[in-house]
Structures are given as structure tokens and as C-alpha cells.
Design a protein around this ligand. Structure first.
Ligand SMILES: [Zn+2]
Length: 69
């Protein structure tokens, strides 16, 4: 009955090093990992509309209008 694995679960999660869009953690709901926030705006992969927030949809990052909810 292992009870000493709590330290493993506190391993630092540092996988945001490749984020070049200066995402603001406070502006992103941590529960919604499928969306990205771009303070300077980013083009929707489907309609090309520049938006501040995009959602991952089948490998693309799309605006709210293009996301399939
Ligand atoms: Zn779009």
C-alpha cells in the first residue's frame, strides 16, 4: 500500500517554455486547457479573423465562431 508518492505528484510542470505569445495565466481559465489567449491577437486557422482567444479544434486553433462546440 504505497503512501509515499505524494512528492512525485508535486513534480514541477514547466511545459510552457515554448509559449511565445506571452500568455497571461490570470486571463486563462486553468480548467480550459484547450484554449489559448493572445494579447496581441492571433489569426483563426479557419476564417483568418484576428482574435484574442482561440480554441483547439481538431488540431486547429479557431475563433469562437469557428469552434465546433
Ligand atoms: Zn474563425
Amino acid at each position: 500500500m504505497p503512501e509515499d508518492r505524494s512528492l512525485d505528484e508535486f513534480a514541477p510542470v514547466d511545459e510552457n517554455a515554448d509559449s511565445d505569445d506571452a500568455a497571461d495565466p490570470a486571463a486563462v481559465d486553468p480548467a480550459v486547457a484547450t484554449s489559448t489567449w493572445h494579447a496581441d491577437g492571433a489569426a483563426c486557422d479557419r476564417c483568418g479573423e484576428p482574435v484574442e482567444r482561440r480554441w483547439r479544434d481538431e488540431g486547429d486553433f479557431v475563433c469562437a465562431d469557428c469552434a465546433s462546440w
